[in-house]
Design a protein around this ligand. Structure first.
Ligand code: CA
Length: 237
């Protein structure tokens, strides 16, 4: 297997070097960029398998870089883990909303960093075999990675796609946040249950009229239900 390439965007040389050494010793190929413009040049040259992105950088911030890479079709699928000295909830949610896959508050241990990187790479790994799911007017196809509602295409982020795939594949059942983390995120050791709510919110936004199918079950979790839709939409031409 090829060594995963990791772009480390970090302006503090001592931290960047420590991360790079540890990545190299653990089977990764790190490249260090001390600022946003260097990082952009690196990413333009070679698409990495993952980006470790410091929030506080000279010039353009990590948050702004994450947003830019998420909106560019070429880089939108590259997993991003934000690194920051700021650890509060608002920042974490802002990081996830900017499209980061995960968030690590400094200082972190090498063990934690490697576990998070492996977890993100694992859940970004392509699914084995194609699955086509259809519930009511909502269709999801893993082969084409497309979701449509009443034949209209919907735009979902990679995590929302996996979440919807799991919910549609296990419809009418109630799933706790812990169960969803386990099944959709794969390794929830370092991910908080609040993360599930952030992605459910984004999934509902992406589903538009079909959002009612994602039900909140008070005190229990979430359920995907076709019965939650009061009317079946006519196909729009
Ligand atoms: Ca910094």
């Amino acid at each position: 297997m090829k060594q995963p390439a990791v772009l480390v965007v970090e302006d503090e040389p001592a931290i960047a070097e420590l991360i790079a050494v540890n990545l190299r010793h653990n089977g990764f190929q790190p490249t260090v960029a001390p600022d946003g413009s260097t990082a952009q040049r690196e990413i333009d040259a070679v698409l990495p398998d993952l980006v470790l992105l410091d929030w506080m950088l000279p010039g353009e911030s990590g948050l702004s870089l994450a947003r830019r890479w998420r909106s560019d079709p070429r880089t939108k699928a590259v997993p991003i883990i934000m690194l920051t000295a700021r650890g509060d909830e608002t920042d974490r949610v802002a990081g996830l909303d900017a499209g980061a896959d995960d968030y690590m508050a400094k200082p972190f241990s090498t063990k934690e960093m490697l576990a998070r990187i492996r977890a993100v790479l694992r859940r970004r790994a392509p699914e084995q075999g194609a699955v086509a799911l259809e519930i009511g007017a909502l269709k999801l196809d893993t082969a084409t990675h497309r979701v449509t509602y009443a034949e209209q295409p919907l735009k979902l982020g990679p995590t929302e796609f996996k979440l919807l795939q799991y919910l549609m594949g296990h419809a009418e059942r109630v799933h706790s946040r812990g169960q969803l983390l386990d099944k959709v995120w794969g390794d929830h050791v370092f991910i908080e249950e609040r993360t599930v709510d952030v992605h459910i919110k984004r999934l509902r936004e992406a589903l538009g009229e079909a959002a009612a199918m994602v039900e909140t079950v008070r005190g229990a979790g979430y359920r995907f239900s076709a019965q939650a839709m009061t009317s079946v939409p006519a196909a729009r031409g």
